[in-house]
Write a protein that binds this ligand. Structure first.
Ligand SMILES: Nc1ncnc2c1ncn2[C@@H]1O[C@H](COP(=O)(O)OP(=O)(O)O)[C@@H](O)[C@H]1O
Ligand SMILES: [Mg+2]
Length: 380
């Protein structure tokens, strides 16, 4: 296999001197391979393909150029054929174009600049589909980046209203405390140490909420980085506990005592966890007869070089028919305004960008387990 970045050309001619001359003309511009007959050339196409362009002689003993190109096309449909012929008959040319999908027919002897010009065009033709595919892939990539940002903002928006609620609670505590202080000091009394304690309690809460809000609002264009998965689990659980979603459930966190460094920046890692744990909490909201349990566990024992994180709930579960669509964008079973259907789509996008995988297992009426892996990294 050649590792040259030059376009790959296969030249086929039964006349050794012509073949050597052809190869010499093309060698400076292209990565050239030669074959002396059709059957040899077919073997080369099968073993060492794909070539960008095949330049073939027409008149060859055994298998002629039209037949060779027809068969080569079956082996390598994206290779662009050019036919080089001493005596072009109209029938031969028609067969070559119709059956061999020949791109150009050149007459021998062919001046080098014409030959090279034709092969340049053939190469451009060969590369065109992959250029188009590349552009398409870039578009998809950009789109999922935008969706990721949109979903992050949606998550942030929903959590922000939870933080707003908490801040209002703190304002209520502040109001009460201020009234108490006013009463005591207005009548010439001393400050009550309990009021001071209440103030510093409020201060601590506000500081936490401020920090969390700032983190949620921070735009994240890249997922590259290193973060402690165990820490991220604890932070995500704490954030969701403070803003309400986890209040009713028993949350079990099982993470290694030492940091589990993984190849993802802190914010996208937290975004994965917030989405999975929030989904779990939403899956247990209708459980009224018992206290539901959500378990978030991290281990490094399952897959070599990877950390595995599971988020398990004993909530409503997922109907088997929905399992295939879980990670699709906009798939949601939640009422308009409460679900976007982007959470799991984004989870999968981030996990796979980082080189990991995410899977789901569920039993309707019994609960669900989401599992994702991310590559382990050395401590930063
Ligand atoms: N832990 C879970 N238990 C039950 N259903 C779930 C769970 N996680 C996800 N789902 C299902 O997958 C759907 C898509 O989830 P997601 O992409 O996070 O979007 P959203 O939560 O906005 O609906 C949810 O609407 C729900 O039906
Ligand atoms: Mg969700």
């Amino acid at each position: 296999m050649s590792t040259s970045a030059l376009p790959r050309i296969l030249c086929v001619d039964d006349e050794p001197n012509l073949l050597a001359g052809l190869a010499n003309t093309l060698r400076r511009r292209f990565d050239v391979t030669t074959a002396a007959n059709g059957p040899d050339a077919l073997r080369i196409v099968a073993d060492a393909g794909p070539f960008d362009v095949i330049v073939s002689d027409y008149r060859m003993p055994g298998m002629d150029g039209a037949e060779f190109l027809r068969r080569a096309r079956q082996l390598a449909p994206t290779t662009v054929p050019v036919l080089l012929t001493g005596h072009a008959t109209l029938e031969g040319a028609i067969a070559a174009v119709n059956e061999g999908r020949v791109f150009r027919i050149l007459l021998k002897p062919c001046p080098p600049e014409i030959l090279i010009g034709a092969i340049d065009e053939a190469v451009a033709q060969a590369l065109a589909p992959s250029l188009e595919r590349r552009r398409y892939e870039e578009e998809i990539e950009g789109l999922s980046g935008e969706l990721q940002e949109a979903a992050r903002l949606a998550t942030a928006g929903r959590l922000a209203s939870g933080f707003g609620h908490e801040i209002n609670n703190m304002v209520a505590v502040l109001d009460g405390t201020i009234a108490g202080i006013r009463d005591a000091t207005g009548s010439g009394g001393a400050l009550d140490p309990e009021d001071i304690a209440a103030l510093s309690h409020v201060r601590k809460h506000l500081a936490t909420h401020g920090k969390n809000l700032m983190r949620l609002g921070r735009p994240q264009r890249t997922v590259a980085g290193t973060a402690d998965l165990g820490r991220a689990v604890q932070d995500a659980v704490a954030m969701l506990k403070e803003t309400g979603p986890l209040k009713r459930a028993k949350v079990v966190v099982e993470v290694p005592a030492t940091p589990t460094w993984v190849g993802l920046a802190e914010t996208p890692l937290e975004q994965i966890l917030l989405n999975l744990i929030k989904n779990a909490s939403e899956a247990v909201t209708t459980i009224r007869t018992r206290i539901p349990t959500i378990t978030v566990a991290v281990t490094t024992d399952n897959v070599i070089g990877m950390a595995t994180c599971t988020v398990a709930d004993d909530g409503v579960g997922i109907p088997a028919a929905d399992m295939d669509r879980l990670f699709e964008a906009y798939h949601t079973t939640k009422p308009v305004g409460s679900g976007t259907g982007l959470g799991l789509f984004v989870v999968r996008h981030i996990v796979e960008t980082a080189g990991g995988r995410v899977t789901a297992q569920s039993r309707e009426g019994q609960g669900s387990t989401f599992t994702f892996t991310v590559p382990l990294r050395p401590a930063p």
